[in-house]
Design a protein around this ligand. Sequence first.
Ligand code: KIV
Length: 289
Amino acid sequence: MSTTFQLDTSTSRAHPTPTPLRRLSIPAVRQRKADGVTTEPVVMLTAYTARQAQLLDEHCDLLLCGDSLGQVIYGLPSSLQVTLDMMIAHGAAVVRGSYHAAVVVDLPFGTYEASPEQALASATRVLAETGCSAVKLEGGAVMAKTVTFLSQRGVPVMGHVGLTPQAVNTLGGYNARGRSAAEAEKIVSDAVALDQAGAFAIVIEGVVEPIAIEATKAVACLTIGIGASNQCDGQVLVTEDMLGMFERVPRFVKRYAEIAGVISSAAESYAANVRARSFPGIEQTYQPK
Ligand code: KIV
């Protein structure tokens, strides 16, 4: 468990009822990396619902309400169909379900790329309507101006480089990046541009390990790896992947549970009980007094 886990017994005008735990702030998480060294790696998992957030909260520094919810929750073919309203509904649920981790919410495709002003309008809605602590957006140097614009106006920004799923149509698929010299150079220079623009952290996704390490060394801010390297300053996984909810998972996912099988066999037992009229039993029915 993180050493930053603290009970909060104080009250204030904004919090007349004490919340059980003090939520980590973005500056506190950012300070984990100083002079290029991260003493305690940052733990991040995705969360899309209040109950999921409750279960993950005490173990995580950051909860990411990612636009991967398009595929994971809604069964969409990619994250491109995810809307700002969907992110706000799920982001708010994650904030309601957590007290400790700082919550980061993805800005979905089409809600921030046009201009820094468009990004600020979207980020303002996300922060105000969910209560989250930061937003994440995809893209490197091309988004640097926007990252500066947002961070100078009170919006902490997490960047995302390498395999950026919102760009699947220009990348041509979900393969690992950084295998050619040109791609490798771009990933590192994108990370540097985001760092210099004021991002507090950068997700490095699906990048060959030496380039993920090089990018991590090249930036002052935190790097959060997924399919990257354990030398990144932190790690993130899609929670459903690491729980074993899907049969097919990418190579970089380690399965920490086999939840799909647990759910399927529970449903099988329930179905058998219903068909045999052994559910509900005496314990689950109301009898006259
Ligand atoms: O949308 C998401 O869940 C993400 C993570 C995989 C980093 O961006």
